[in-house]
Design a protein around this ligand. Structure first.
Ligand SMILES: [Zn+2]
Length: 58
């Protein structure tokens, strides 16, 4: 099962999306994206919970 996430699903005005085999790998891609493309965005526990709630399995 592949896991998929997009910024738009998390409520951000952003067209970025990613897929990964595991939730851990996906979250690390999200963290990198937040750091590089959403300058100054902090990946807080609340944000992680929100992201995990919108992860899709494809
Ligand atoms: Zn984004």
């Amino acid at each position: 099962m592949t896991k998929s996430i997009s910024c738009a699903d998390a409520g951000a005005d952003c067209s970025w999306s990613a897929t990964a085999e595991t939730e851990e790998e996906l979250m690390s891609k999200v963290a990198n994206h937040a750091k590089e493309d959403h300058k100054g965005m902090e990946v807080t526990p609340e944000l992680v919970a929100k992201i995990k709630s919108v992860i899709k399995e494809i």
